[in-house]
Design a protein around this ligand. Structure first.
Ligand SMILES: Nc1ncnc2c1ncn2[C@@H]1O[C@H](COP(=O)(O)OP(=O)(O)OP(=O)(O)O)[C@@H](O)[C@H]1O
Ligand SMILES: O=c1[nH]c(=O)c2[nH+]cn([C@@H]3O[C@H](COP(=O)(O)O)[C@@H](O)[C@H]3O)c2[nH]1
Ligand SMILES: NC(=O)CC[C@H](N)C(=O)O
Ligand SMILES: [Mg+2]
Length: 530
């Protein structure tokens, strides 16, 4: 082990190739920059997010077909507000400014931007006045999603209004002579009814992208990048058997074959039978080196008496790295550590260096990492969402049951065992959890419910069993419907199935006398309870 990387280092998504259609998103600190990128990728056009102040020289090297300027929390007229290289507006490629990005584009051509009379947040009816190419296929009236306080006050001599809302006369604009467009609303969020069409029109019709990009191409690029970066060194990959790390391992295997060693940490926080099933599944599908480290005692010792969720996560994040380091001592040239980190892990940890995002929870593999790792990090999925990773897994020929597994967080049962994490409490939770999954599977709901589990609450309640009083544990059942795990709805599990889950848990799991069902969505709740 000789790398001295820090938690901040990782592989950025996608190297661009000169012969390919690329759209760049200049990120001004938007909450939704990644959503812009994925909506563009949905149009089969490769899209890369870059710093807002990337120089024009560098942009020319990357040779994009168009630029999208994202939204952002600042005001364009504010001191120290993030600004692009002013020369981008002289590039001969189309530009689409979204919200803050539109305000920047208009201001660059002489328009005034200042606080509007009314701030606009959420659903708004948008009326198209002069659609043109950008609005092709978008009805005259539709719902768009707004989130702004500032407003472009005049169009100078350069712009025309394409669409309006009740409070915003310039909801969409186009430059008279140049391919510069602005949208005050957010086409990238699903609440904007025809946002996909708008972005599709921009990248395909206006920028002239052919829409030929496919996941297979992305995989090929990543494979080449990984080969170049790793050279003759070895990579150790934290393998949990979950979707993300399995896809990372498959990608690395494709790239560097036998230079890959995988490490499964059995931290005593896994579900029933999990370590064994990962080993079997792994051996069937990868022919590389797998180390299984039994570390239950270490994890439970360090977690003893800890009840604060963030502390649990930090302790677990650090222990994972300690275990990887120790195990790597027996693996020569283990310079890199690969993890299946996804974008939601990054944004919820408040760890996006270009973003203003708040810390929701320190995901063990991002916010929970110690500052000095001793490895260089490889995180090829860091900019992707779960459903994109699943598509990648299928493309890499991973078996369906692996690709469609419910996610299971690295901190595992520790963040579902509210209060103290003790061996006997984990055992109770494990038994209840297995029943939840078994009943959903029997009811044919496993795939449709994207994540389901049991939570052991830190309280007791009174019951009566066999005519005797009990004062026992409570299990909460959680099942959610979601695609990208950024937002989620509680799943409407049929009453009969809930009934069977409850009866089986109370009758079979010792020490539990009550089962409840969690009916909260994300936001305002999160999927996990801690
Ligand atoms: N028990 C474990 N042993 C080794 N590495 C792990 C373990 N648990 C998590 N990791 C590492 O942390 C990363 C993030 O965990 P996370 O749970 O988000 O992803 P995953 O387990 O690969 O997929 P899924 O989200 O489907 O559970 C994993 O990709 C893996 O690299
Ligand atoms: O590897 C992980 N390490 C973590 O620390 C972590 N926290 C949450 N999750 C998973 O992320 C998704 C979103 O979860 P939340 O709505 O609870 O934030 C859900 O799928 C969660 O299971 C984690 N995964
Ligand atoms: N969402 C945004 O980009 C907001 C831009 C700017 N901060 C405003 O309030 O108008
Ligand atoms: Mg997992």
């Amino acid at each position: 082990m000789n790398g001295q990387g820090t938690a901040a280092q990782s592989t950025p998504i996608g190297a661009t190739r000169e012969d390919e259609d690329v759209i760049l998103v200049l990120d001004f600190g938007s909450q939704t920059a990644q959503l812009i990128a994925r909506r563009v990728r949905e149009q089969h056009v490769f899209c890369q997010i870059v710093r807002h102040d990337l120089t024009v020289e560098r942009i020319r090297e990357l040779n994009p077909r168009g630029l999208i300027l994202s939204g952002g929390p600042a005001s364009v007229y504010g001191e120290n507000s993030p600004q692009p290289d002013p020369a981008i507006f002289d590039l001969e490629i189309p530009i689409l400014g979204i919200c803050y990005g539109m305000q920047l584009a208009c201001r660059s051509q002489g328009s005034e931007v200042s606080p509007g009379q009314h701030r606009e947040f959420g659903r708004t009816a948008c009326h198209v006045v002069e659609g043109g190419d950008l609005f092709a296929g978008v009805p005259e009236e539709s719902i768009v999603w707004m989130s702004h306080g500032d407003q472009v006050q005049d169009l100078s001599d350069h712009f025309t209004a394409l669409a309006t809302t009740d409070t915003c006369p310039f909801a969409a604009v186009k430059h008279h002579t140049r391919e510069i467009y602005g949208l005050q609303f957010h086409p990238e969020v699903t609440h904007t009814e025809h946002g996909g069409t708008l972005l599709g029109n921009f990248v395909r019709t206006i920028c002239g992208c052919t829409g030929g990009w496919r996941m297979s191409e992305f995989i090929q690029q990543e494979v080449e990048l990984l080969r170049e970066r790793v050279g003759n060194n070895r990579v150790i990959c934290g393998l949990s058997g979950g979707v993300d790390s399995s896809v990372v391992a498959a990608l690395l295997y494709e790239a560097i074959g036998s230079q890959l060693s995988c490490i499964l940490v059995d931290n005593g926080l896994l579900r029933a039978g999990e370590a064994e099933s990962v080993v079997t599944c792994f051996q069937d599908h990868f022919k590389t080196d797998l180390h299984v480290v039994r570390a239950e005692e270490l994890f439970l010792k360090e977690l003893a008496g800890v009840t604060d969720p963030q502390r649990k996560r930090k302790i677990i994040g650090k222990l994972f790295i300690d275990v990887f380091r120790k195990e790597a001592e027996s693996i020569p040239d283990a310079t890199f550590l690969a993890q299946g980190t996804l974008y939601p892990d990054v944004i919820e940890s408040g760890a996006d260096p270009d973003g203003p995002a708040a810390t929701i929870k320190a995901h063990h593999n991002v916010g929970g990492l110690p500052a000095e790792l001793g490895f260089e990090l490889i995180e090829p999925l860091r900019d992707l969402f779960k459903d994109e990773v699943r598509a990648m897994g299928l493309e890499l020929n991973l078996p369906e049951e692996m690709v469609w597994r419910h996610p299971f967080p690295g901190p595992g049962l520790a963040v579902r065992c509210l209060g103290e994490v003790r061996k006997e409490r984990l055992e109770t939770l494990r038994e209840a959890d297995a029943i939840v999954i078994d009943e959903l599977t029997k009811a044919g709901l496993y795939r449709e419910v994207r994540q389901a589990f049991a939570v052991l609450l830190p309280i007791q309640s009174v019951g009566v069993m066999g005519d005797d009083r009990t004062y026992d544990d409570v299990i909460a059942v959680r099942a959610v419907a979601t695609d990208d795990f950024m937002t989620a709805d509680w799943f409407h599990v049929p009453y009969e199935v809930l009934g069977r889950i409850s009866t089986r848990i109370i009758n079979n799991v010792r020490g539990v006398n009550r089962v409840t069902y969690d009916i909260s969505s994300k936001p305002p709740s999160t999927i996990e309870w801690e």
